[in-house]
Design a protein around this ligand. Structure first.
Ligand SMILES: Nc1nc2c(c(=O)[nH]1)N[C@H]1C(S)=C(S)[C@@H](COP(=O)(O)O)O[C@H]1N2
Ligand SMILES: [Mo]
Length: 196
């Protein structure tokens, strides 16, 4: 652990306690996409939640009507950058799952363009994830996932699927795109669950 020492050459700076191990602060917002930015307008956008009991669909207006929340969170990319106190606006997954039944404990997030990532339902519910439509007070830029992306700020940012198209619940924790390519199944930045 670090201390602030005075005298003998001045003070040593203390590490920001909001910075997970191995992370460095950035003030800009890097773009990281595994492929091209898909061309999806908010009018075209649909969200499908698929469980073992069937499918539910939402348009962007229907989803916004579930209730938009303002949240301020820190985001952590596995490539070692962290951005602190980002303002976002979106719909909590709790509202989307409110009257949806499933016995499954995991979900696969699917994006327009084909990206996938797996997440336990425990990490999606209880105020821990959102379908985000805005960041920094503006509609999400297409390269940052607009019109809507998943936001799971307590996991590495690869779990926050851009251009989210839906979630499919699963009985097992099957790996998504990066997880099949060596990224950790879970991705907790505080445990440094980077690769495996
Ligand atoms: N659909 C999709 N979502 C994605 C990605 C991607 O390539 N495609 N990259 C992931 C990774 S590795 C990171 S770090 C973040 C980057 O989001 P940003 O470009 O808005 O910073 O998006 C995640 N979500
Ligand atoms: Mo990333």
């Amino acid at each position: 652990m670090s201390f602030i020492t005075r005298g003998f050459g001045g003070r040593r700076s203390e590490r920001d306690p909001r910075l997970p191990p191995g992370q460095t602060l950035v003030s800009d917002w890097p773009v990281l996409s595994a492929g091209p930015t898909p061309d999806v307008t908010e009018a075209d956008w649909r969200f499908t939640l698929r469980t073992e009991y069937g499918d539910r669909h939402w348009t962007a207006d229907q989803m916004r009507a579930l209730g938009m929340e303002d949240i301020t969170v820190d985001i952590h990319c596995v490539t070692h950058w962290t951005k602190l106190e980002m303002p976002w606006r979106g719909v909590s997954l709790d509202r989307i799952f409110a009257d949806v039944d499933t016995d499954h404990a995991f979900a696969m997030a699917h994006s327009y363009g084909g990206y996938t990532t797996n997440i336990p339902l425990d990490d999606l519910l209880d105020g821990r994830s959102w379908i985000a439509f805005e960041a920094d007070g503006e509609p999400l830029d297409p390269e940052h996932g607009g019109p809507a992306r998943l936001l799971v700020p307590h996991l590495y940012f690869w779990k926050s699927a851009k251009w989210i198209r839906g979630l499919t619940t699963m009985p097992r924790d099957d790996p998504g795109f990066w997880e099949q390519n060596g990224y950790h199944l879970h991705g907790d930045p505080w445990q440094e669950e980077r690769y495996w």
